[in-house]
Ligand binder design. Structure first.
Ligand code: ZN
Length: 288
């Protein structure tokens, strides 16, 4: 009997040590990874929202227009690279004039292709393990097809919404910009991209059915949150205004609540992707 007890005690000591070692390893991995993670922000074009009233459920913005940035991001992680968002369509690159859509709602332009922009940090499109889009609207899928060798991290409902047989016809312009992405990892909720808590996709539906934001805990002073299109500018974050063209406005408001609670819990620095001021602020932060 004594022998058995001793054996059990012995085993439990070993397993405790193993657990501790595992926890420490995980902790060290995350810490070491953080030191090696780099973030870059790029210009995916400019949008003039000529009818800003589209960005509220009421008449608050009637008669106003606003210039919106259109950022995309590269995260270099020891376990692989991730590109977050796809900017405006690349056929705008080299156009002599900005393009205004037939409805007159948006005037758009894009200066440079993703291939050229990645060159500035010594990368090619083949260096990316993952591509993730905050959502599948025209100003976020522009260069998606270039990442056909990467794995597309997409919410399952978003994937079917934008690739179904009917979507291929009704939203052909969008479909044509994502159709080369054949390596698909369908998500149902939040997803820790590298398994160490440093880069986490958070499900925040409403703007589209499977809209998502990105949490980055990468060794900067504070963790960062990239909003996708949960908010388009400061004012609609302050007043929790949702664009009238959102897939589901009550769902958006719920996501806004969840987002703010999470941002508070993590003491995260929030960057609105369509805000030029936030674009400039992030560039400055990353140069430090
Ligand atoms: Zn957008």
């Amino acid at each position: 009997m004594k022998k058995i007890i001793l054996l059990l005690i012995g085993l439990s000591i070993i397993s405790c040590k193993d657990v501790k070692k595992g926890v420490n390893d995980g902790y060290n991995d995350a810490r070491e990874n953080k030191e090696k993670i780099t973030l870059h922000v790029f210009d995916g074009g400019k949008i003039i929202a000529n009818k800003l009233d589209l960005f509220s459920e009421d008449t608050t913005y009637t008669g106003q227009s606003k210039m919106l940035a259109d950022a995309f991001y590269v995260i270099q992680h020891p376990k692989g690279n991730l590109i977050w968002d796809g900017g405006l369509p690349e056929n705008l690159v080299g156009m002599p004039e900005p393009f205004t859509d037939p409805s007159g709602a948006f005037t758009v332009s894009r200066k440079d292709s993703v291939v050229n922009q990645l060159k500035t940090i010594g990368l090619t499109v083949d260096d990316f393990k993952y591509i993730a889009l905050s959502h599948s609207h025209f100003d976020h899928v522009g260069h998606a097809n270039a990442f056909k060798n990467s794995t597309w991290l997409v919410q399952e409902n978003e994937y079917y919404f934008f690739t179904s047989d009917s979507a291929q016809v009704k939203q052909a312009d969008i479909y044509n910009m994502i159709k080369e992405l054949k390596n698909v990892q369908k998500l149902n909720g939040d997803h820790d991209v590298f398994g160490d808590g440093t880069v986490v996709i958070k499900s925040m539906p409403g703007h589209t059915i499977g809209h998502q934001v990105l949490y980055l805990n990468i060794g900067l002073e504070k963790p960062l949150l990239l909003t996708g299109d949960l908010y388009h500018f400061d004012d609609n974050r302050t007043y929790k205004r949702a664009p009238m063209f959102n897939y589901d406005i009550p769902m958006t408001k719920k996501s806004m609540e969840a987002f703010e609670a999470f941002a508070k819990e993590k003491n995260a620095d929030v960057f609105i992707q369509h805000s030029q001021a936030d674009f400039d602020r992030l560039q400055t932060l990353l140069k430090k």
